[in-house]
Design a protein around this ligand. Structure first.
Ligand SMILES: [Zn+2]
Length: 317
């Protein structure tokens, strides 16, 4: 049986899995990078994990497996023509020829892609976007990542920037600085980080309890659930901005599904429902009528499943 090795490199950990041709995870394993984020360490460790994963399957009696290729998701800017990671800020990598380094270590073809794009490909293949033609994914976390999959294939744009909806400048004046260098980007208004920042501002004004630490978005959702109107308003505002941003993306793409990932996607009544209402209000009705809004279903596995799918597509191409 053919299997594909999916790898998802994050700022603090590396997730890996062997995945079958239908997108089902056969076995998986993660390791922490800690302070050790050097490209050599990570490539060598990935090779060790691959043999550990194969051993696990053999012990389970699945020894008829051929791992035909690997896909790797990287949080950064990539040059796919040369297999170089141009820059991955969270890893401290600049101009790293990671594709070749990893191929040297694991001895099978490696395909590389931006991590948000692979999460989108994973959801489109085996998650909430499965069976849909034009899939727009938005992952709401520290920032807002995005990806577009059309007829099963990732739409990258000419240099991999397609679907970066977190950096739609939606507030033209007076916006908060974004780490991309602009002000008023969608992710400064609708990400989990934005929810925390706005809630803390309200707390400083005395509009939220002083004795409740607000560390993550969940703290704001908890305050909303316990009846604090200001917390509800902070969340409703973020949902409104996301719905507006998605309406801009949707008129360009005319998707049949919009998949929302990240922690906020679990808050259906508090976040997804008002977001969808805003989306419909700002969209052309013929666009919103066909665009189903769904919560992501693969959670943290979307990246490795998307990476495995990319490897499979490259092998068949
Ligand atoms: Zn930005």
């Amino acid at each position: 049986m053919d299997a594909w090795f999916g790898i998802d490199i994050g700022g603090t950990s590396v997730k890996t899995a062997l995945v079958d041709s239908q997108g089902t995870i056969l076995v998986q394993q993660s390791f922490d990078t800690g302070d050790n984020r050097g490209e050599n360490f990570i490539a060598v460790r990935i090779a060790q994990v691959l043999s550990e994963l194969k051993d696990k399957l053999t012990k389970n009696g699945q020894d008829n497996l051929e791992v035909r290729g690997a896909g790797v998701g990287i949080p950064g800017f990539l040059d796919l023509d040369t297999g170089m990671v141009a820059e991955a800020v969270n890893l401290g990598w600049v101009n790293v020829p990671f594709q070749r380094m990893l191929e040297d270590q694991i001895g099978i073809p490696v395909s590389m892609e931006n991590d948000a794009n692979l999460a989108a490909l994973g959801e489109a293949f085996a998650g909430a976007g499965a069976g849909h033609r034009v899939v727009l994914c938005a992952t709401v976390g520290t920032g807002i990542g995005g990806g577009i999959v059309v007829d099963g294939v990732l739409h990258r744009g000419v240099n991999g920037m397609a679907g970066e909806i977190g950096h739609l400048v939606v507030q033209r004046e007076g916006g908060v600085p974004c780490n991309c260098g602009h002000n008023g980007c969608l992710e400064t208004l609708a990400s989990a980080t934005a929810i925390v920042r706005t809630a803390r501002e309200q707390q400083a004004k005395g509009k939220l309890p002083q004795d409740t630490p607000i560390i993550e978005a969940k703290d704001v959702f908890d305050l909303a659930d316990s009846g604090h109107a200001t917390a509800r308003q902070v969340i409703a505002d973020a949902a409104e901005w996301l719905g507006y941003g998605l309406s801009l993306a949707a008129i360009t793409l005319n998707p049949d599904v919009i998949v929302i990932g990240g922690g906020v996607s679990k808050a259906n009544e508090r976040f997804l429902v008002p977001m969808q209402r805003a989306f419909e209000r700002y969209s052309l009705s013929r666009v919103s009528e066909v665009a189903h809004v769904r919560a992501a279903t693969l959670s943290n596995d979307a990246g490795v499943i998307g990476a495995a799918r990319l490897a499979q597509q490259q092998a068949l191409a």
